[in-house]
Design a binder for this molecule. Sequence first.
Ligand SMILES: Nc1ncnc2c1ncn2[C@@H]1O[C@H](COP(=O)(O)OP(=O)(O)OP(=O)(O)O)[C@@H](O)[C@H]1O
Length: 599
Amino acid sequence: MSGARPANGVLEVVRVLPRMSPWLSAALAFVLVAQAVLTSGFMLASAAVVGDVAQGAADRDTAMLHLGVLIAVFVLRLGLQPVSGFLSGELARRLEARLGQTTLEGALRPVGIGHLSDPAVADRIQLAQGLASGHPPGQAVNSLARLVSSRLAGLAAAILLATVAWWLPLPLAAAWIALSRWRLREVKKAVDAEAESMPALRHAAYARDLAIGDAAAKEIRVFGFQDWAHERFTRAWLGGMDALDGSARLLSRTAGPVLLALAHLAVFAYLALAAADGRLDAEAVTVALQATAGMGALGWIGDVQWILTRAGATVPHALAIGRLDVEAEHRGVGATASDERLPAREIRFEDVRFGYPDRPVLQGLDLAVPAGSSLAIVGMNGAGKSTLIKLLARLYEPDTGRVTVDGTDLRTIDPHTWRRQLAIVFQDFVRYELPLRDNVGFGRVGADHSDAAFDRPAKLSGLGDFLPRLEAGWDTPLSRRFEGGTDLSGGQWQRVALARALFAVEHGAKVLVLDEPTANLDVRAEAEIYRHFLEITRGLTTILVSHRFATVRLADRICVLGDGRVLEYGSHEELMELGGRYAHLFTLQSEPFREARHV
Ligand SMILES: Nc1ncnc2c1ncn2[C@@H]1O[C@H](COP(=O)(O)OP(=O)(O)OP(=O)(O)O)[C@@H](O)[C@H]1O
């Protein structure tokens, strides 16, 4: 993804609003124009009233008419304010909701997950929400409405002033517009700096979340790095903010007022001389003075333009995230082949090479997993076991080589169809702070989530042991941060994750993948899983990643992964006979137990 430099956000807002809500946008535009017309009407009517007063109210009826028009225009203008406020508020809400959806859709759309660890994407997601500037996209609408209304009023004032003398608006317009452009350039610099300082601000946000969140609360206190978190947050935040403040300094503070003073001096001098000569009457002078003041609306409108520029800058980021499917590389999206019964014969990795941006992992991996059998994968930390699972789930795609299912390249199989065949317990499975029912039900969204539907997964995963102790049963939130919620132990969470995968199996998944499924289980719970292993895996193609050889030996076949490829492959007995790496590791792990038994 390209860098996080923003496009012209205000133009994007102007482009998006009419497409999103044409009627509301048109209504707002109409009200804004009406407000501008009424503003100039107010100037004209008040000038007419002043003229009547200057003439000593010679014509009483005309004077009353002028006064009536003045009051009517004033009341109408006042009445339109809440209408434009309502319309812009409604558009702001819709824009924010739309861009929020766009960001979510973009982040979720890619088949793989590589984009989520791309720092440029992470920056954009933050920028799209206006978190650093404190100005979310909705604020752009309100500011835009106020800016357009001011500009129209300024334009109307300029036209009125030109009726007094054609050249009068020119010096004022030149001075106000120049000042406005200088200031705008400064604010745009600040917006650019904000995009550049986003990595620092994300570091700050990470340190803050560590300090105030649940996840690291224990370690921060036990290891005592509260000061580190505090210091890290402050340093990163101030670093990010420095960049913003530094570039937000407005250089035009001196030249602007001088130019404005000169322009106003010229206009006022002319008005004074013309009035003294009798070329202008009181009414014309009043119109001219009001119009002169009104032309200020063409200049820099502090808060409004500041907020508009910064809130508007979020929009291109949200739209860019929304286009992620185009920008990211997703070969095979929209693939045609789909089959709910895969795999019938085998899953095969063929000469697969794959690496993350900073390191190669698999270097020519060949591996076959016959359908309906179980395969255990062992290997050192970092050998690439979990990576292999991610390739199988198509969360990443091989750099070269291919993964096939019954001979069909995974890239030509519809990813959603394929993933419905998979039931995976990831090593870093998610502990959803939601009721137990959702935690297990996520295994197949849309399926029957009644208590009875969970019976079998609960029994096989060992959930049944602690389910009766949960106050609200399946509806108990699994987080103490929610009313009536509870927290689970590591092993209990692992059973929940297993139940989730088994629920997917209940609903048709044919490939069960267990990445370290018993790492947190106590001996009894682990033994229980082993007891059920055959029942759990019956009829399924099972892939098991584990460092526990007692688990591994349950599999029909075992493969030892190392140096980015398969080093050994066979049944437990075959590999023990081979006397290679597996036999060595197995012996190493069983030794302490053997010794213990001798004690
Ligand atoms: N998202 C990622 N981005 C970059 N590198 C990664 C990513 N995930 C894993 N790696 C790296 O890829 C290598 C293989 O990681 P993987 O998690 O597949 O190993 P593993 O065999 O499952 O290890 P373990 O036994 O410790 O679970 C490691 O060097 C790891 O640091």
